[in-house]
Design a protein around this ligand. Structure first.
Ligand SMILES: Nc1ncnc2c1ncn2[C@@H]1O[C@H](COP(=O)(O)OP(=O)(O)OP(=O)(O)O)[C@@H](O)[C@H]1O
Length: 216
């Protein structure tokens, strides 16, 4: 179970111009696996992740999460499925600027119906001492861990991360990847889109996208 996609396509159309960002991608991510999604800039990684998360709708093909069909459903249904089963962590972060770190986590927990202890989560992430800080007061590494906290607040079955370590130094990246690995060991299915060699080394498998198609 966890995450499965079959024959996904995503076209973008702007006037006469058409971009085929994802072409015939099939994949499955199982509980306990960390899978890296690699590929050159513009190869379709973010587009594929958005289709898997249900924030975008594929032009063709099907996505299932925990056995529920995600694609071809209304936006509200996709949002409900995502809230229940998927944690997402994006390049641009996922924190509300005018709330403290702890309040961000409380808000995410409220929206997604989780029951996790915020204190415990902050302490697992090693940022409990920053609970009252606002996002702009956090370092890059703290911000990345906070974003991971928001993604994990309802203990999702699937974690989808888009370049989560892009702006981190090596030590901070290693720390974040250890946290991700612990979640996988607890049964989460993890897919991380990244250019980073450290992410590829941490992963159990590496998928490579080229021009929208999986080539490995
Ligand atoms: N909203 C959009 N409208 C039109 N074309 C788009 C849109 N979003 C992405 N594209 C195009 O789709 C292709 C795949 O883009 P995508 O962002 O998925 O690649 P990526 O592998 O994540 O790139 P990067 O590693 O640079 O983040 C690119 O050619 C991009 O220009």
């Amino acid at each position: 179970m966890s995450l499965r996609a079959e024959n996904l396509y995503r076209f973008y159309r702007a006037g006469d111009e058409e971009t085929l960002a994802v072409q015939g991608v099939s994949l499955e991510i199982l509980p306990g696996e960390v899978v890296a999604l690699s590929g050159p800039s513009g190869s379709g990684k973010s587009t594929l992740l958005a289709c898997l998360a249900g924030t975008d709708e594929p032009s063709g093909g099907t996505v299932w999460v925990e056995g529920h069909r995600m694609s071809g459903r209304s936006e509200a249904t996709r949002a409900a499925l995502r809230g229940r089963h998927i944690g997402t962590m994006a390049q641009s972060g996922n924190l509300v600027a005018h709330l403290s770190l702890a309040d961000n986590l409380r808000l995410a927990r409220y929206i997604r119906g989780g029951r996790a202890s915020i204190q415990e989560l902050l302490s697992d992430l090693g940022i409990d001492h920053r609970a009252k800080a606002w996002p702009h007061q956090l370092s890059g590494g703290e911000l990345a861990r906070a974003s991971l906290g928001v993604a994990l607040v309802n203990a999702p079955a699937v974690l989808l991360a888009d370049e989560p370590t892009g702006e981190l130094d090596e030590a901070t990246e290693a720390r974040l990847l250890t946290l991700v690995r612990h979640r996988a060991d607890a049964g989460c299915a993890v897919l991380v889109a990244s250019h980073s060699p450290a992410v590829r080394r941490t992963a159990d498998r590496v998928l490579i996208l080229d021009d929208g198609s999986l080539v490995a």
